[in-house]
Design a binder for this molecule. Structure first.
Ligand code: AMP
Ligand code: MG
Length: 515
């Protein structure tokens, strides 16, 4: 089936006057036309039927060779006019100026979804870099996009992962150990790849004409519920983004997801999880934890900081939109609403994880903080703990029985354990469960507590196999991540604490932005 692209984005928004590949400052424009750079001997490694279905494709392409060349960037499909977009951003709290799609090239839209090749070569925004992505980081991006979707969390999607015989040199830990790595290309799919930074850049340049065009485009395409005749449409859009971002943060926190690089250029206008770099999943419960070694000192993007950082990022977006609103009050009100929404969603999700109605937590305000203190004091694996709790609560176990605490203590990384602390918490928990009977508690807890989590050490194992040419573990983990809330026959392979040898292993708890 031939691909049929549409390009509302490039029709509606101003283009760069040049389509050259040299790195440069692009002003007065939102994008530059640019064709992908070819790779040598592309090979399709992963394909998502679920993402394909969004585009109206029922199954893997019949015309596989044509698709492979389009998805590797070796050919341009009919009707596609590839382009890279221009954005800026605050990185680690500092304004970084123009960034842009330095290695992502948009192919155009199919059925309202934009297809974007990540790692497709140099663009006007590549600065001094090569525009490529390596196999390990592309595997991480593909798998986590799809894992997040199947967990029920808003995310950009992945359609395909193509590897190749082209190579680039990367120094994974910036420590003087460079090596040649295979280039890969992931085709990402989203209704929009607009980031906060797309609005920050024209605002920082006082280019209100481009800013206004971008906002009008975003309103028309992505916020159809906002009545365009109202005078406060921009403030309404900002308010909607604040509320949806609050929900996204609560979702991340509820499954222990740590993005790792929450710069404003990595924040989606649609409040989707975007740009999977040095992300990770909380194993030992520690709010200060971050998988990103680049951030090890400041811990700006640690697990516990994510909700506050998202609000700071939203304030940067509000600042950028201010010239179109000219009133601080609605912006401040939306930032306050962000706080309220985050806490409401977090309470709702935590209550669901515990099998309790929401009002049980609000009427016992000390209970949730005590739970989190206990998880930290006992060095519990965040997701395994809630999985074990789900199994206990659904079999109506007697929580005072030693087997109950033993099942939960299995989830701890600590060497010596304060069993009493756990037993006291369990006694309180059992009393709350008894006081708040919930129909179908077992089912609702299961729906809130995943069995399968895409732990870094699992992904690192499949990456190492893939780098040796063995792609079957990659296929296996891709199959497993599609049903995270169910048990599977091969779970002995996937459902386990981080093994001691992986705790300080490169690619597991130590990741950098080198990708
Ligand atoms: P990231 O940290 O991946 O979100 O990237 C931050 C900025 O660096 C974005 O503008 C990227 O497009 C750009 N970038 C990252 N890696 C490369 C690369 N290999 N070549 C060109 N640009 C890159
Ligand atoms: Mg990025």
């Amino acid at each position: 089936m031939p691909l049929s692209f549409n390009d509302r984005f490039i029709q509606a928004l101003p283009a760069d006057s040049s389509d050259a590949r040299n790195s440069r400052s692009v002003v007065g424009a939102v994008y530059s036309l640019i064709t992908p750079e070819p790779v040598v001997e592309p090979q399709l490694l992963l394909w998502s039927d679920e993402t394909a279905a969004l585009l109206g494709l029922q199954h893997a392409p019949d015309d596989a060779l044509h698709w492979l060349s389009v998805l590797s960037g070796n050919a341009v499909a009919e009707g596609s006019r590839p382009y890279a977009t221009c954005y800026g951003g605050h990185q680690f709290g500092h304004w970084a100026g123009q960034l842009g799609d330095g290695r992502a090239i948009n192919l155009g839209e199919i059925d309202g979804y934009t297809l974007q090749l990540k790692g497709a070569g140099r663009t006007a925004f590549s600065r001094n870099s090569d525009g490529r992505a390596v196999l390990r980081s592309s595997i991480r991006e593909f798998l986590c996009s799809e894992a997040m979707h199947h967990l029920g969390i808003a995310t950009t999607r992945a359609l395909s992962l193509v590897t190749s015989n082209s190579t680039v040199v990367r120094d994974m830990f910036y420590d003087g150990n460079p090596r040649a790595e295979s280039c890969a290309v992931v085709c990402r799919v989203s209704n929009s790849f607009l980031r906060f930074g797309h609005f920050e850049l024209p605002a920082a340049r006082n280019d209100f004409d481009v800013l206004k065009q971008l906002v009008d485009y975003a309103l028309a395409q992505h916020f159809p519920d906002i009545d365009g005749s109202q005078p406060d449409v921009v403030a309404q859009m900002f308010d909607g983004i604040c509320r949806k971002t609050a929900e996204l943060m609560a979702h991340w926190m509820s499954v222990g997801f740590v993005h790792g690089v929450m710069n404003t250029d990595n924040m989606s206008l649609l409040s989707e999880t975007i740009d999977y770099g040095p992300y990770g999943w909380l194993e030992k419960y520690d709010p200060q934890w971050t998988p990103n070694t680049t951030d090890a000192e400041g811990r700006r993007y640690s697990y516990g900081n994510q909700p506050a950082v998202a609000q700071w990022n939203l304030s940067r977006l509000g600042n950028a939109l201010y010239p179109l609103i000219n009133d601080v009050e609605p912006l401040q009100a939306s930032l306050n609403a962000y706080n309220r929404e985050f806490h409401a969603h977090w309470q709702r999700l935590l209550a669901a994880k515990l099998g309790l109605p929401c009002d049980a937590l609000s009427s016992h305000p000390a209970f949730a903080p005590q739970l989190l203190q206990m998880l930290e004091a006992l060095a519990m694996d965040f997701n395994l703990f809630f999985d074990a709790l789900t199994r206990l609560a659904s079999t109506q176990s007697d929580f005072a029985a030693p087997e109950s605490s033993a099942a939960l203590l299995q989830c701890s990384y600590a060497e010596s354990l304060d069993v009493l602390l756990l037993q006291e918490w369990l006694a309180q928990y059992q009393a709350l469960l008894a006081a708040h009977p919930l129909p179908a508690r077992a089912t609702s807890m299961r729906a809130a507590n995943p069995v399968f989590i895409l732990r870094n050490h699992l992904v690192q194992d499949v990456i190492e196999a893939a780098e040796r040419g063995d792609f079957s573990p990659l296929q296996d983990i891709f199959t497993r991540l599609k049903s995270p809330y169910a048990d599977a026959t091969d779970d002995a392979r996937w459902i386990k604490k981080c093994p001691p040898e992986s705790m300080h292993r490169a690619g597991c708890s130590m990741l950098s932005c080198s990708s």
